[in-house]
Design a protein around this ligand. Structure first.
Ligand SMILES: Cc1cc2nc3c(=O)[nH]c(=O)nc-3n(C[C@H](O)[C@H](O)[C@H](O)COP(=O)(O)O)c2cc1C
Ligand SMILES: O=C(O)C(=O)c1ccccc1
Length: 407
């Protein structure tokens, strides 16, 4: 797997990784990309020809809100509950890794704003600040921990323990991204985000078990930060070793033991059979997500998947949603189809990229205002009133939308 001289193997691993392995390539690019460009390109990239992203956006276009009139919406309330936390809205921060490529204050700013607005925050296990520091920045805010399952069991246990000790009280295991999708734009631009800032993976580099691994491998992270960062990403994030239901059961059991039974969720579910299996195995929640269309190209839209999954298991498991939400109306449509909670990803990343903490605050406050006004003018008073009667759908064969863009 890690033999850069074998072209057949290199092409089967992540394309960005394959490029990175060619010293000549990355030497020519050393330090040439300003960090903000790396983030801009990295966050906008989709898998393949962007078909999945397009289908995500098209599905929102096909569903239309049906407003109610003559309703007293002056006492409306956007608040809801997630995992025992009362939050301002059913909209939260999806986990996004290595935030330092967008802004030097990265996760610290995002977690701070999440607390300030009382919104649910999910930290990526590929974070660029430590679990401890992000926990502090988030204060008393409701926070969850997303796990990229490392094949190193001791390391997983260590990360879950640190997450729980620092107030992250639900675990989301990401099921769709243990190998990086084929992302054309990153390949074309030679943009390997993890190359910058030592892979920016401080969350891992500060883990005691990972530090032990570095020592065993004879890598001094102070002398060789790039090698250390690369080991973190290659072996623990994009390791290319499939996560199976068996492994997931192990991880759930570890989390339940460590946290005394706090919620365990699967992120990245699109298939009804997978959702049923999650119910069967006693998983607490699923995030219906196609990773913003960055993994499988030509995939079903996350909103269509949501509809099928809600129909099959909506009364048996807590269903969350993400992928392609760009406005309050989009979030509303996902709730109307049956999601209990909606996460946004790129929206907050763009705010972070443009103006750090202020940018994140601006995006989220605008989105919350838009959501509140939508309830006001649409005739909706409470979140649990939002259901299928609030939307109408065009047939699935509707034409492409003009709005399509790479992001
Ligand atoms: C730049 C970028 C980085 C991401 N990093 C992670 C990650 O570290 N962990 C994870 O589970 N999902 C990650 N995701 C997926 C998001 O959690 C989420 O599923 C997706 O962004 C939602 O779609 P949206 O961006 O259209 O809102 C990432 C997505 C993007 C765009
Ligand atoms: O690029 C992604 O989609 C992603 O999931 C990720 C994971 C780790 C770090 C940065 C991004």
């Amino acid at each position: 797997m890690s033999d850069p001289n074998n072209p057949n193997i290199a092409i089967r691993t992540t394309p960005q990784w394959a490029l990175y392995q060619r010293e000549s390539f990355w030497n020519t690019n050393d330090g040439k990309y300003p960090i903000f460009n790396t983030g801009k390109y990295y966050s906008s990239c989709n898998a393949g020809l962007s078909w999945t992203h397009l289908s995500n956006r098209q599905a929102f276009y096909r569903h239309r809100i049906v407003p109610r009139m003559l309703v007293d919406t002056n006492q409306r309330d956007t608040a809801t509950e997630i995992f025992g936390h009362r939050v301002s809205a059913p909209i939260g921060f999806a986990p996004i890794g290595i935030n330092r490529i967008y802004h030097p204050t990265g996760e610290l700013s995002v977690a701070k704003v999440a607390q300030e607005l009382n919104l649910a925050y999910c930290l990526s296990s590929a974070g660029s600040y430590s679990i401890e520091d992000v926990g502090k920045a988030n204060g008393s805010g409701p926070r969850f921990f997303q796990l990229y399952q490392s094949p190193d069991d001791e390391l997983c246990i260590s990360m879950l323990q640190r997450a729980f000790d620092n107030g992250f009280d639900a675990c989301m295991l990401t099921t769709d991204t243990w190998s990086l999708g084929w992302r054309h734009n990153d390949v074309f631009t030679g943009n390997y985000a993890f190359y910058h800032d030592h892979g920016a993976g401080d969350l891992g580099l500060q883990d005691p078990v990972f530090q032990k691994r570095l020592k065993e491998a004879g890598i001094d992270p102070k002398k060789n930060p790039k090698e250390a960062g690369q080991k973190w990403i290659d072996e623990n994030i994009w390791h290319g070793r499939a996560i199976t239901w068996e492994k997931m059961k192990w991880t759930m059991a570890q989390w339940k033991r460590i946290s005394g039974g706090r919620p365990f969720c699967l992120k990245g579910i699109q298939n009804v059979e997978d959702a049923k299996k999650a119910v069967e195995l006693g998983v607490d929640g699923i995030v219906v997500s196609n990773h913003a269309g960055r993994q499988v190209d030509g995939g079903i839209s996350s909103l269509d998947a949501l509809e099928k999954i809600v129909d099959a298991v909506g009364d048996k498991i807590y269903i969350m949603f993400d992928s392609g939400v760009r406005s309050a109306a989009d979030a509303f449509k996902a709730l109307a189809i049956g999601a209990k909670f909606v996460f946004i990803g790129r929206l907050w990343v763009w705010g972070l990229s443009i103006a750090g903490e202020h940018g994140v605050r601006h995006v989220l406050k605008s989105l919350l205002a838009e959501f509140d006004i939508l309830m006001e003018v649409g005739g909706f008073v409470k979140i649990d009133e939002i259901n299928r009667s609030c939307i109408d759908s065009l047939p699935n064969s509707s034409n492409l939308i003009a709005e399509h863009s790479a992001i």
